[in-house]
Design a protein around this ligand. Sequence first.
Ligand SMILES: Nc1ncnc2c1ncn2[C@@H]1O[C@H](COP(=O)(O)OP(=O)(O)OP(=O)(O)O)[C@@H](O)[C@H]1O
Ligand SMILES: [Mg+2]
Length: 291
Amino acid sequence: MRLEDIEQEIKSGNAFKVEGGRGGNSHIVNLNGKKYFHKYRSEYPPFKGLSKIEFALFNYCKYHLPSTVYLNNGATAEERIKKEVSTIKLWNLHGIPSPKIVLHSKNSIVYEFMEGFSFGNSFNGEKLNEEDFGRILDCYSNLRRVAKEKKDIELLHPDPYADNFFYNESKEIVIPIDPGNVVKKKDFEEIDTRINLFFLCKIFHLKTTQENKLHYLKQTADRFTKKEKEIMHALNTNPWFKRNYLELQNKWARIADYAGLKNRNWGVERLRIYYSAEVRESIQKELIRKK
Ligand SMILES: Nc1ncnc2c1ncn2[C@@H]1O[C@H](COP(=O)(O)OP(=O)(O)OP(=O)(O)O)[C@@H](O)[C@H]1O
Ligand SMILES: [Mg+2]
């Protein structure tokens, strides 16, 4: 099987386009009776003109949050592909079930196709889905356990939220996917703590009730040790971040108003969810709660 053959199928419109998030440019391709998952990465950000500037400004505002500052937002498509391949290989090497890479190039990866689904929509609505959330947490904790043993940042999931955990139907297991974000080279514990905070913040992006979110928050916090919670709490309540964050959020709104940016409200909303006082305090309460 050659990459050209797969990409030719996509060009000729014979492939099935996978609806993804903003970064998503993926297809399912059927070739000689076998199914593949092809993922293409364009340069980042994928926006042009004004929206490119908006995106850069938004990232600038988001940059200082304790939960997102660990990312290298300037990584090229090639660097992100390299990162994805190396983390997937490391996971496999250390016995963490993960997708199988068939081949890759500078800007694309071909995986074996897996029957199953991402957990992206599993928590929508009013119903509490403790069981599936527990499955994600099992996978996440296992990853962290191995990463901590090796003290290797590359083993951590750099973008852990529901959509990047996949239920593999044939194996009946949950596996992590999509580890292409490039993480800054820093102290392991610091990166791990920031990513954990990111995971907690992401709970507030779920399209479910506030009550359910608080339940998932508690379910997650229960997986951390006392010491881990203390470290997370210290970072979460760092006054420098608090001040800076509010300043940045206002700055974004002011810049957006001044320039008439069309994504103003989207940005304000995103920043609010990432680190509003409400989210921060909910997390804070959970991290200091005595069992
Ligand atoms: N090997 C695979 N086989 C089948 N489906 C897959 C496979 N890998 C990923 N998927 C599905 O495709 C979706 C997008 O994959 P992935 O998250 O790796 O790409 P992405 O480009 O980051 O997209 P997004 O921007 O939506 O996160 C996933 O949510 C998952 O449901
Ligand atoms: Mg993804």
